[in-house]
Design a protein around this ligand. Structure first.
Ligand code: FPP
Length: 228
C-alpha cells in the first residue's frame, strides 16, 4: 500500500506558550511536553506506526536562555532514563539522531544507556532528535565522505553517512502549535514527505490526536514526482 504511515516525524512546538497561558515558567511546559510525548507514543503504537522521530532540541536551540537549555539537558539526562521501564513495557526501541558535539557528558551517558537498554524492543522505534539540525546532518555526512577521499557524491552516498541510515525516510511531518515551517528538521529526508500543521499546543496532545493524524495522512496521495 502506497500511503502506509510507517514513519511519522513531529515538531513538538508550543510548550512555552502552554506554560505562559497558565502563568507557569517555560520549563513547566517542557515537562508537560514529555508527558504528552508518552501519550503520543501509545497512540502511535495503536496506529501501528513503526518509526516516530521527535524534535527535542535543535542545533539552534542553544541560543535560548541558559536556564531553559540547562533544564532541557536535565530532562534528557534524568527523565528519559527514568522512562526506561515504560519504554520496555511498551516495546519502544530508542535511537538518537543528532550531533554528540556540545552535549553534556552526563546527558550522553544517560541517553546511550537508554539506547542500549531498549535496543531489543521492536514495537516502535523512537528516534530522539537532540542537538539535531538538517544542515548539520548533511554537512557531517559530506565531510565524512571527503575524509574518506570521495571527490563526488550521490544522494544515496550522502544518506548512507547519516546517523541512522537504516531508518526509512519520514512519510509525514507534523507540527503542533500552529506555525507552518520546518525549522531545519529532517531537511534531506523530507524531500517527498507530506506535511500537516495542527493548532493544538504540544502539551495538550494525546493518543486521540495521533488517531486524527493517521486519518489525515490516509487522505493524502503520494506520487513521489510520478503519476498516480
Ligand atoms: C518547542 O516548544 C519545544 C522544544 C524546544 C522542546 C521540546 C521538548 C520536549 C517536548 C520535551 C521532550 C523531552 C524529552 C526528555 C524527550 P517552544 O518552547 O518553542 O514553545 P513556544 O514556541 O510556545 O515558545
Amino acid at each position: 500500500m502506497d500511503n502506509e504511515l510507517i514513519h511519522l516525524g513531529i515538531i513538538m512546538d508550543g510548550n512555552g506558550r502552554w506554560a505562559k497561558a497558565k502563568g507557569l515558567p517555560r520549563t513547566a511546559g517542557h515537562l508537560e511536553g514529555l508527558k504528552a510525548l508518552k501519550k503520543v507514543i501509545r497512540g502511535a503504537i495503536e496506529e501501528d506506526i513503526k518509526y516516530l522521530t521527535v524534535y527535542c532540541f535543535s542545533t539552534e536551540n542553544w541560543k535560548r536562555p541558559q536556564e531553559e537549555v540547562k533544564y532541557l539537558m536535565a530532562l534528557f539526562t534524568n527523565k528519559i532514563y527514568g522512562e526506561i521501564r515504560t519504554f520496555n513495557d511498551l516495546g519502544v526501541c530508542v535511537r538518537l539522531l543528532g550531533s554528540r558535539n556540545g552535549l553534556p557528558e552526563k546527558a550522553l551517558e544517560a541517553l546511550d544507556r537508554t539506547v542500549e537498554e531498549t535496543k531489543n524492543n521492536d514495537k516502535i522505534t523512537l528516534q530522539l532528535a537532540i542537538n539535531y539540525g538538517g544542515y548539520d546532518e548533511i554537512t557531517r555526512s559530506v565531510n565524512s565522505l571527503i575524509r574518506d577521499g570521495y571527490k563526488e557524491v550521490t544522494a544515496e552516498l550522502i544518506r548512507s553517512r547519516f546517523d541512522n541510515p537504516d531508518i526509512p525516510a519520514v512519510d509525514f511531518i507534523i507540527r503542533s502549535a500552529g506555525e507552518q515551517r520546518l525549522s531545519n528538521f529532517l531537511l534531506f529526508d523530507s524531500g517527498y514527505s507530506e506535511f500537516g500543521f495542527y493548532d493544538r499546543l504540544w502539551p495538550d496532545w494525546d493518543e486521540e490526536m495521533i488517531h486524527t493524524v493517521k486519518q489525515d495522512y490516509l487522505k493524502r496521495t503520494r506520487k513521489f514526482g510520478g503519476l498516480v
